[in-house]
Ligand binder design. Structure first.
Ligand code: F6R
Length: 237
């Protein structure tokens, strides 16, 4: 696992957006795995800027999101479909039929990803409790896409960030790619910004083997993963 610290979130996001733009330009067809939440927002802004100024075309890109809340209306502000549309999809020339989200019949998503050639690059965030996707502590290393229960901590964190603190408005379940699904990606970039993530990054640096109480530790077994974070997230020794 490679760790790279940048001074700021913006510098890190620019770096990753350049990697993605280069891959998009140099590949006839590319499958990107995408995350939602606060972490990738600056990255998506940089990618939109790149599309505007450098004309990187997303016409041959297919996207696969990590997760979606279970039972939400995909047009509502709570949904990750809407988040992706607002943050990225509607600003680039991506064909909406090439965007994919996990569906309640989970296994179909893993089959779909495989049948379309697998994920070339997966972008991940990390929860303060070490979740990746919505694979909460206790998740199985062999888990595939499925419906999962969110922990009270995740509900609280997401309520504060996206639901004006109203925990009762946060869906209690999600459909998430599993840990094994994520590990199938050919390359992974995990992003972490801010001091709230310092503990998780410190744990990831120390991890040597998978421990279910810190799901991100599965990533120590991946052959091509880079963890990119800002100074604040790297500040826990
Ligand atoms: C989102 C996802 C989650 C988030 C994590 C961090 O698609 O899979 O694992 O990456 O909860 O969320 P933020 O970025 O809001 O700190």
């Amino acid at each position: 696992m490679k760790f790279i610290e940048f001074k700021t979130e913006l510098e890190a996001a620019k770096h990753v957006s350049e990697i993605i733009a280069k891959k998009i330009k140099s590949n006839h067809k590319i499958n990107l795995g995408l995350a939602t939440g606060s972490t990738p927002i600056t990255l998506y802004k940089c990618l939109v800027e790149d599309h505007k100024h450098n004309h990187t075309s997303w016409a041959n890109v297919s996207t696969f999101n990590l997760d979606e809340y279970y039972g939400v209306d995909y047009k509502s502000d709570a949904s990750y479909h809407k988040f992706m549309l607002d943050q990225l999809f509607k600003h680039v020339d991506l064909k909406l039929e090439n965007t994919h989200f996990p569906e309640p019949k989970g296994a179909d998503f893993d089959k779909l990803i495989k049948s379309l050639g697998g994920i070339d690059l997966q972008i991940l965030g990390i929860g303060v409790n070490g979740h990746v996707g919505f694979n909460e502590p206790g998740s199985d290393a062999h888990s595939l896409t499925r419906i999962v229960d969110l922990t009270p901590l995740t509900i609280k964190v997401n309520a504060d960030k996206f639901f004006a603190g109203k925990m009762n408005e946060v869906p209690k379940q999600a459909i998430s790619m599993g840990l094994a699904s994520i590990m199938e990606s050919k390359e992974i970039i995990l992003l972490a910004f801010g001091k709230d993530k310092a503990d998780a990054i410190a744990k990831l640096k120390k991890a040597t083997t998978f421990k279910a109480d810190f799901p991100a530790s599965i990533l120590v077994n991946h052959k091509n993963i880079t963890v990119i974070y800002d100074k604040a997230a790297g500040s826990d020794l």
